[in-house]
Design a protein around this ligand. Sequence first.
Ligand SMILES: [Zn+2]
Ligand SMILES: [Zn+2]
Length: 522
Amino acid sequence: MADQAWVAEKAMGYIQTEPNIGASELRKKLQAEYKCTIGYHTVNKGKERAKNSLYGTWGKSFQSLLNFKAEIDKRSPGSIVEVDVKRERGEVHFRRFFMALKPCIDGFLAGCRPYVSVDSTFLTGKWNGQLAACTTLDGQNWMFPLAFGFFATETEDNWIWFMQQLHRAIGHLQTLAICTDACKGLENAVKIVFPQAEQRECFRHLMANFKKKFHGDVFGRMWPVAKAYRLETFNYHMAKIFEAEPAVSVYLCTYHNLKWMRCDFNTEIKCDYIHNNLAECFNSWIKGTKELPMDELADAIREKIMILVYRRRRIGEMLQGEILPAIIQQINNRTRQLDHLVVGRSTGESCEVKDTSKNNLRHVVKIGSRECTCLEWQHTGKPCEHALAFLIETADVNFHPYVHEYYSVSRFRAAYAGEIEPITDKSQWPHVNIDFEMVPPVLKSSVGRRRKQRIKSCLEEGGGGGSKRKKKDDNGKTNSQEGGEKEKEKEKKRFGSKNRCKECGILGHRKATCKQNEAKKR
Ligand SMILES: [Zn+2]
Ligand SMILES: [Zn+2]
């Protein structure tokens, strides 16, 4: 008999391997495996039961974070794990969580570039809070997870708290760039907690907003503006834009006054990314965990980090030479495309390089100080094409001395040197005695079944160009009222009298309550 208890028992395995599995998919799998027909409703309820027994009830998962913190503090001293609560009407509610493991902090400081990308994404479990994350960049240009946390909404207060914990973890860095999507709360939090940091904003997000206001030639010229290393190039294109559309100037000053143009980046960072790609990497990396209860979620991400660090440490151990082979390969590939450059030597250390494809545009390369007037070398830490044209004139040239240390094998190894301590399952975590019972945060009300499919970001296929994300609107306003109306319209359509059953095709009822379904049940 396929009742809820039966489904709960059989579904355990599926849910463990795929926590995000939907009820319809689970139903298909169960029906295929056990050759029977089960009602959708039965599967859905059974799935809930299975989850409850697997992960404990949702409410307890918040309190369990305290035990998780105790376990991490015990096994990985120096890690920053914080659980913050809020007292409201005599009850203690969970408020927010932060975690940065000691090996990640050390790895960032010793092996990564001083560049941090910060972003947040919706959780899809019973609590629709935010999962915030800080990521950085290793020598291979791979995403390095530095810290993460949870809170209810992207308020300035929550972001300040989150950034303060990050500050405790990494300390005061004189040279640091922080890249965000420039939502107001986070932007202000970065200004308050890391006033010395260079604050960059994602150019792709900027353009998603920009295209709502400006079109045509003005729009197309924005890319050369953002990508230009030299201020002269930036000014040239910017002047053309202002000439065609004077309103752009006011618009950019008002809504996008963070650093999104390369010419304004600090060359010490050695990262010239104009997009917030790392945040997107993190989000797809943790996909499939966002539906878990809080303690399981924190533990699942910790486990992912542990495995990632181990795997990359093994890669580091196998690498040879001074500079990462992938970077040397990149440079070698580039040396095959230098036919358009003509080198005029002045000394053994300096030269002029003419670009015949660009009207004999000429740059000056100084090998000794690792610089070129095109500025690319200074920004990326890797020789630009002009420098390469000069360097390859020497037979058997060794590029290693001309690549920045950030791309060295030793830095890469340093990033993954710290071992993430394995921890036990939650039944064995220290039981923290507190004089109160921590209850879940107050749920935000929502109409109908909540969306599990998150709104796609502008980077993904089929994404709405970022424009649909309420929080990242230029004015920082949400259009929830408008959304509410639309929701109601949809609800009407969905639950009106004209329902056609997908199972039997008859009007007047839905699949979940279909008689045919009941009859087929084993
Ligand atoms: Zn150059
Ligand atoms: Zn039916």
